[in-house]
Ligand binder design. Sequence first.
Ligand code: COA
Length: 329
Amino acid sequence: MTPIRRAAIAGTGSYVPERILSNAELERMVDTTDAWIMERTGIQERRIAGPEESTSTMAIIAARRACEDAGINPAEIELIIVATITPDYVFPATACLVQHAIGAKRAGGFDLEAACSGFVYAVNVAAGLITSGMYKNILVIGAETLSRLVNYQDRATCILFGDGAGAAVLTARENGSGVLHTSMRSEGEETQSMLIPAGGSRQPASPDTVARQLHTLHMDGKRVFKFATKIFVELVEEALTACGLQRDEVALVIPHQVNQRIIEAAVRKLEMPLEKFFVNLDRYGNTSAASVPIALDEARRAGLIHAGDHIITIAFGGGLTWASSVIRL
Ligand code: COA
């Protein structure tokens, strides 16, 4: 029988900035309390990029760590996909900045925008390219500097988000490991639920848009909360069914790090133990496209997942978009 070629995780890496923004500090910036933030979100602190940092600088560090972990020379990488909604520039792609900095001389690069679902989308795209035989080694990165686009006068959003980057090297393997199932969906009629209204071609930057804070993140928190809780459950159930996996055959679910209440509500409905869901949002908040790869890297380095394990990654966010992957390590 011909062995099946799949995209396996060869290595991971991540980076978060040193600067911590605590709930106590937010109490001094907006009308909020540590108790409110903890009760409604579970977030204790988040990381904020320094003045010299940007999405590419964090992505570069995560990428180097992932290549080192995979034992791969960046010159062997053929394609770099950076999932981000906070690129260094509108163009060129942040992936090109990473490609140059890490010395991936043979690699093409592009950015992928699916908001918080971006990294899972990017893994799924890379898996298709590897499985088809077109590519062997693809570097997938999720990196965000949301602190530059959050309005620190809006207490409903500024408490939620943080900065960071995570990366994974995907490589072709024929030993049974790799991406087994992918799902990518969107619901464009919900575009207004979460967006940055200005700065694009519809409402270009002007003194008026800047004065009205239209370059910052706007969100209907309640609407997104309901969507996320429902989609979380559906994504896990769909992934289990697609791969014929029982709940106890999943070593770890790595969900988008969004809100402890969203995770707990979904986990109750799924009737799975909370320990099967990796959580680090208490330390980093929601880092959008960086959240799943940072969590994946931390889970691997903490020894929570091992070769042969089945993991499910799920994410959802602006678009609205949602996505999942089932991966055998
Ligand atoms: N501190 C104190 N009070 C706050 C607050 C804050 N940081 N933010 C909002 N409030 C207030 C509201 O103004 C509101 O006051 P009111 O009743 O006087 O109008 C009250 O708290 C309740 O607001 P509500 O929006 O109903 O709270 P909530 O329980 O829905 O929690 C979120 C708000 C944002 C934490 C929650 O909706 C959420 O997490 N949504 C998902 C957002 C998300 O993760 N988006 C990214 C997805 S990828």
